[in-house]
Design a protein around this ligand. Sequence first.
Ligand code: ZN
Length: 275
Amino acid sequence: MPELPEVETVTNALRPHLVGRCITTVETHTAQLRTPVVVHQHPEICGATITAVRRRAKYILVELDRRLVILVHLGMTGSCRIVTAAAPSVDHEHIIVYLDDGMTWRYRDPRRFGMFELHPIGKEEVIPECLAAFGPEPLAAEFTAEYLRDVCRQRQKPIKNLVMDNACVVGVGNIYASEALYRARIHPGTPAARLSAARCDRLVTAVRQVLQDAIDAGGTTISDFQTVDGSEGKFSRHLDVYGRAGEPCHACSRDLRRVVMAGRSTFYCPACQRY
Ligand SMILES: [Zn+2]
């Protein structure tokens, strides 16, 4: 499943191909992804110019003039590619956006858990309303140790579940939550309220580092834009704990463990990570 670093990589790869381009037409080959596909029916989509491409949480926001934004979520298996209009379609290519330079932006998604929606942007807002309740970006200046400590206060739920909650901080998925807690030496089951200021500080630093490392790896690994699909485990060689139950901890050599928390596999070192 594409996580925040993969979505950031796709966003950065799309941007130079899309910004400044005018959409000439939109063709759809499915009526339904996670939500109904009606983007092609909007009267103002054709002729709209793309003004910005950015990421918020795990969404790609393609902003148009006319106060509209295309909201893309890659779901489990979504991917994007930029090819000429003459390029043949491939299986599961559900949406083709034709651009005024003879190129097309194509969305493919075999399992159809993704999203490709058109939203109006409110007068003052720069984000669609449906993203308004999200917490800060993990790499943004607002995500500080003080902020995390405030959110943790009086919350008894395990810190791992809190870090994965979009209302606390967006886009920290299951793999990166395990990795960040390992780097911060915090047991994933620790009740959030028990975290000291110093441990909140370590965790914020670790979350930022893990995500930035993965983004950097994606930026250097993915040279062929057509292979950007987030499903190839490109970052697996950077993982310290995720998927390594029974293998030795890199720091202390004890066997790493796996537990299930909130239905998700969670990996940790029983010696290095404390409650
Ligand atoms: Zn260890």
